[in-house]
Structures are given as C-alpha cells and as structure tokens.
Write a protein that binds this ligand. Structure first.
Ligand code: BV8
Ligand code: ZN
Length: 242
C-alpha cells in the first residue's frame, strides 16, 4: 500500500476504534533522553545483561546491580514525558475509549504523562522488594547510605524489576493478555520485540482479530507481521497521528 494510503487507513482505524492497546518499549522514552537497550549506544552496549539483569547477578554482586539501577533512576528522575507519551495519554482521554498501555518500560513516564491504565510487564524502577519477606515498597531514592539497602526485617532489598529468567507478575500479565484479546487495534511503539513473553502480546491481539499498527525507528519482527508500519520517531509520528 502506498505510504499515504497506509497512514490514512491506520488513522481511520484508530479514530473508529473503541478498545485500543498501546504496547510500548524503550524507544518510546528515547526522545526523553533515556537510553534504549539494544540500539547503538544502548544500555546493553555498556554492560552485558547477564551482569545486571538476572537473579544470579544480584546474588553475586548486589551492590554492582544496585549501582546500575540507581544510575537508571537518576536518569529517569531527571527527565519528563515526551510528545509520544503525551499523545497516548491524550488519545485515551478523548471519546471515552477503553485504552490500556501495556509497557515493558520501568521508568514510569506513561503515568507521569497522565495515562491511567498502565500495565508494567517488567516491574518498576520506583519500587523495591525484600528478598527475605517479600515486602514491596515505593521508593524514589537515587542514592542510599548503604548499598544494597535493607528492609526493616533486615533482609536485602532488590529492585522490583523482572530480570531474565524470572516470571512476569501473573496478574499484570493476565490483564495485558485480556486487554490484547479484547482490543480492536494494537499499536506497538518503540520496541525491538525480542523479549518474551512480553513480545507475544501483539500476536495475541492479532490472533483475536485486532489490527496491528507498528510505529518504530527500524523494521522489527512485529513490523513485518503488522497491518501497518510507520517507520520513524514515535514523538514525531504519534502526536500527528492520534
Ligand atoms: C521468562 C530488565 C520464564 C528490566 C528486561 C532464548 C535464550 C535465552 C532466553 C530466552 C530465549 N527465548 C526466550 C527467553 C527468555 C527471555 C527472553 O526473552 N530472552 C530473549 C532476549 C532471547 N525472557 C525472560 O527471561 C523473561 N522471563 O521467560 O520467565 C519463567 C516462567 C515461570 C517461572 C520462572 C521463569 C523475562 C524477561 C524480562 C526481561 N527484563 N530487563 C530493566 O532493567 O529494564 S528486558 C529489557 O528488554 C527491558 O526490560 C525492555 O523492556 C525489554 C525490551 O526491550 P525494548 O523495550 O524493546 O528495547 P530495545 O532497546 O530492544 O528496542 C528499542 C526499539 O525502539 C528499537 O527497535 C529502536 O529502533 C526503537 N526506537 C528507538 N528510538 C525510537 C524508536 N522507535 C520509535 N521512536 C524512537 N524515538
Ligand atoms: Zn523484609
């Protein structure tokens, strides 16, 4: 389909849709100045994921892992949502739509932008979890007097983030699957679509009959399977589009 007609068809589908899922990844926060994972200059270029994003890495060197996440907290705290986050939040507020933002991001910027129904598949930078008693707490510190920080029970606190080899939070994942199966359009934004089971969510939507629109800076597996693919920056495409 020629590019203009493709844009028009996707735009019409989104204008008509009553139930929409935005499935997002690190590319959405790139224009807020946060590094993605797998692009040139991305986080995984500076450090191998096995050294900071696995339970084994944390068991071996919790202070090293915490320093990685404290640096990410500091970067996220110093930034704000960009036009892509804001366009998605604004779209949900108009016309009484049922919108879910299913995100792999842990930076909390969708919520700051005003999105109400945000399902965080990989946890949050802004929570800790106790290794001993399991207590989860909101925590926005960007430094601790003692690293790793300790729970009141004496146990070690870890970031409440889903690391490689760990299960996704079941209730969040079920809610995301359900939203995917119900939606008419699934908009996939700023993700390389290589981390599972999260990357399966748009396929679940497609199997249940949704149209898929991909907005991404490069072609991905999702883009190849999608009904529509708009190549470029989310912060430039989405505000115009939604
Ligand atoms: C599980 C920590 C089971 C959080 C993250 C084969 C071998 C080994 C393992 C596996 C395998 N197959 C499957 C697995 C399992 C593994 C997996 O998927 N591995 C892949 C990588 C091979 N998955 C897991 O381990 C998951 N758990 O399977 O559990 C289980 C079940 C029961 C009981 C016990 C266990 C857990 C996965 C959790 C991973 N956690 N990191 C953190 O620190 O943030 S993954 C990491 O990748 C991030 O969380 C991130 O959310 C996720 C996805 O990355 P993206 O967001 O897509 O970012 P990326 O940089 O890749 O891409 C950015 C895109 O944006 C690019 O395409 C770029 O072009 C585009 N872009 C850039 N700028 C813009 C833009 N687009 C638009 N506009 C722009 N401006
Ligand atoms: Zn505890």
């Amino acid at each position: 389909m020629p590019r203009d007609r493709e844009r028009l068809a996707a735009r019409e589908a989104l204008a008509r849709a009553r139930r929409v899922v935005f499935f997002t990844g690190a590319g959405v926060s790139a224009e807020s100045g946060l590094a993605t994972f797998r692009d040139a200059g991305g986080l995984w270029e500076g450090v191998r994921p096995e050294r900071v994003a696995t339970p084994e890495a944390f068991a071996e060197d919790p202070a090293f892992v915490w320093r990685f996440y404290l640096a990410r907290r500091a970067a996220a705290a110093a930034t704000s949502p960009n036009p892509a986050h804001r366009a998605m939040a604004e779209y949900a507020r108009s016309d009484h739509r049922e919108v879910a933002v299913v995100t792999q991001n842990v930076d909390g910027l969708h919520q700051v932008a005003g999105s109400a129904n945000v399902l965080e598949l990989h946890g949050s930078l802004w929570r800790t979890r106790c290794e001993a008693c399991g207590a989860v707490a909101e925590d926005r510190a960007t430094s601790f007097s003692e690293v790793p920080p300790r729970c009141r029970c004496g146990g070690m606190l870890r970031p409440d983030i889903v690391w490689f080899g760990e299960a996704l939070p079941p209730t969040v994942f079920q809610a995301a699957s359900q939203a995917a199966r119900r939606c008419e359009v699934c908009v996939v934004v700023g993700t390389s679509a290589v981390v599972y089971p999260a990357a399966g969510i748009p396929y679940e939507a497609a199997r249940a009959g949704a149209r898929i629109l991909v907005v991404n800076a490069e072609e991905t597996e999702h883009a190849r399977e999608a009904d529509w693919f708009l190549e470029g920056k989310a912060g430039e495409i989405l505000p115009d589009f939604l």
